[in-house]
Design a protein around this ligand. Structure first.
Ligand SMILES: [Zn+2]
Length: 271
């Protein structure tokens, strides 16, 4: 599933090729995504110039001189830049055709992604308005995690994955960050000190930055490729490593389900 680092890598990968380009046409081959793709997409986009590509959580925002295309890649989506003569494959549902002949192509086999057109402030769109802070932004820190959690008995792992607390911390990254911070995933969120939350916020930033940094080597996959972009796997310290010795203390790592999600941790290092 595309997580925040993949979305950010996509943003960085396509931006230099798309900024300043004007849309000349659009093709919608399948409009039944999670929500219907606007039937008049071509009319909405034609003649508009891409002013910026930004990201909010796992949403990509293609900002035009007026109006914004809000894209979500769902469970299996990818957005690539292809040549004008690259024939669409199965699951290539939407093309946005630019004035240099390149196409932004949305592929989404499971069709859980979405595409919305908004005029006005996109951050006020119902999908985005109630999102928590960006994990890589300055507003997300130990103080935020600490004050937001007082009196709460929810375990820290689902707390960290709650998009109202912070956006874009998926299951893998929550596991890895809790390990780096030495915090047991079942510890009640309301019973973690400010200092430990400071370490956790830093750990979240570290694992996400690491993943985005590794994505840099796969940027070419977003250009002219007919295949699926190679979503990268970073070096994982605990995720998927049940019964493998902890790299810090040598104790065997454990796995259990917390809130339906696979959770991996070191029973000795994480308290
Ligand atoms: Zn350990």
């Amino acid at each position: 599933m595309p997580e925040l680092p993949e979305v950010e890598t996509t943003r960085q990968g396509i931006s230099p090729h798309v900024l300043g380009r004007t849309v000349v046409a659009a093709a919608v081959r399948e409009s039944r995504l999670r929500w219907p793709v606007p039937a008049d997409l071509e009319r909405l986009l034609s003649g508009r110039t891409v002013a910026a590509i930004t990201r909010r959580g796992k949403y990509l925002l293609i900002n035009f001189d007026s109006g914004t295309l809000i894209l979500h890649l769902g469970m299996s989506g990818s957005l690539r830049l292809v040549d004008d003569n690259a024939a669409p494959q199965r699951h290539d549902h939407v093309d946005v055709i630019l004035d240099d002949g390149c196409r932004l192509r949305l592929r989404d086999p499971r069709r859980f992604g979405s595409l919305h057109w908004v005029e006005g402030d996109p951050l006020q769109h119902p999908l985005l308005a109630s999102l928590g802070p960006e994990p890589l932004g300055a507003a997300f820190d130990g103080q935020w995690l600490y004050s937001r959690s007082r009196g709460r008995r929810v375990a820290v792992k689902p707390y960290l994955m709650d998009g109202r607390v912070v956006v874009g911390v998926g299951n893998i990254y929550a596991n890895e960050a809790l390990f780096l911070a030495g915090i047991h995933p079942l510890r009640p969120a309301g019973r973690i000190s400010l200092a430990r939350y400071g370490r956790l916020a830093e750990a979240v930033k570290e694992v996400l930055q690491e993943a985005i940094g590794q994505g840099g080597t796969t940027l070419r996959d977003f250009l002219g490729s007919d295949g699926t972009p190679g979503y990268f796997s970073q070096r994982l310290r605990v995720y998927g490593r049940e019964a493998i010795p902890c790299e810090v203390c040598g104790h065997l790592l454990r796995q259990r389900r917390i809130g339906q999600r696979s959770t991996y941790f070191c029973p000795r290092c994480q308290t």
